[in-house]
Design a protein around this ligand. Structure first.
Ligand code: HQG
Length: 296
């Protein structure tokens, strides 16, 4: 079955870019028709954006938004790293009265975009590949600090993902995790973190908070408890400052599992920590003695 839903331009764009994958609605008669596997056509109630299609992959039912907010990863629900800090179920009162919420219950509709995806999203994925892992894929080079020359990059991307300078600037500005940075005159660009190629992006060495979190797949848990966290193909182990982010990172590897890292104790014991420009905590290795499962 196919459904039609209207969105304001900000959530519309976030869903199209894959930055928001759960749409929050009242579970009223209309929404009760929706089943997993159905298609939804999203159209934008502001401006002239082209509608796009998604498939429903899960339905998360709750009596109130307070339960939904406590259970679902809010970074998939339209919040960003910045706005999630102030997220509250009361935010939904602007859309649905408390009486209506109590009457119908609420639902998180989890969706995946059906092709064609946003060309800027495809370009930004390719950009991540080039600036972190495989500059060769577009015949470009990174200097020792991870910088690529912008004109060379745009030429290198031209045949697969042609971009104008304005589009590249838009990718950098709107990236959900602020993955990329320009130099002052925008002649160079680099990824802030996440590299597998050996570059020194001049990370800031800092004392970490007492605890940090690492999200992984359940399938890795036994091995991590034995060997600790290893950077695998990347230069560092990636740690998050909150469990929600760790859950989201973990979900990339299947059923998520979250570890609490005793980063304060590691630091006191002489381990070095860095924080990237975009707020990701990095360290070379976390031995098992500083790890425990987050049982929340
Ligand atoms: C696991 C994304 C078995 C580790 C995210 C992880 C992040 C072990 C996987 C960033 C292990 C490596 C990085 C051990 C570690 N045994 N498995 N001893 N030690 N692992 O993708 O942390 O969107 O290289 O738990 O948001 O998942 O790309 O690292 O599951 O910040 O910007 O080995 O990538 O950011 O996977 O993700 P990854 P990650 P971007």
């Amino acid at each position: 079955m196919r459904h039609l839903m209207k969105l304001r331009s900000q959530p519309f764009r976030m869903i199209r870019r894959g930055q928001k994958t759960i749409e929050l609605r009242l579970y009223d008669e209309k929404r009760r028709q929706i089943k997993v596997g159905d298609e939804i056509e999203f159209c934008c109630s502001q401006g002239r954006e082209k509608p796009f299609m998604v498939r429903v992959v899960a339905l998360h039912r709750f009596d109130h938004f307070s339960q939904l907010y406590a259970s679902l990863p809010l970074l998939k629900c339209g919040y960003t790293e910045e706005t999630v800090k102030h997220a509250s179920p009361d935010d939904m009162d602007a859309y649905y009265s408390k009486e209506k919420q109590a009457q119908y219950g609420v639902v998180g509709i989890e969706v995946e975009c059906l092709a064609p995806t946003d060309p800027l999203l495809a370009a930004s994925r390719f950009l991540s590949l080039l600036l972190r892992h495989k500059p060769d894929a577009a015949g470009i080079t990174l200097d020792e600090h991870g910088w690529a020359d912008v004109p060379q990059l745009l030429r290198g991307m031209a045949h697969r993902h042609p971009l104008t300078m304005a589009q590249l600037e838009e990718i950098v500005r709107t990236d959900s995790k602020q993955r990329y940075a320009f130099n002052a005159d925008k002649t160079k660009i680099r990824a802030n973190q996440g590299h597998s190629v050996r570059v020194d992006v001049e990370l800031e060495q800092l004392e970490p908070p007492a605890v940090l979190y690492h999200g992984t797949g359940e399938k890795n848990v036994d091995s991590i408890l034995k060997e600790g966290l290893l950077p695998q193909t990347r230069l560092y182990v990636h740690l998050s400052k909150d469990t929600d982010t760790a859950q989201t990172v973990g979900a990339r590897h299947g059923k998520p599992a979250v570890f609490v890292v005793e980063s304060g104790r590691m630091y006191a014991d002489g381990f070095v920590f860095y924080r990237s420009q975009n707020g990701v905590w990095l360290t070379a290795h976390v031995p098992p003695a500083y790890l425990k499962r987050d049982d929340k």
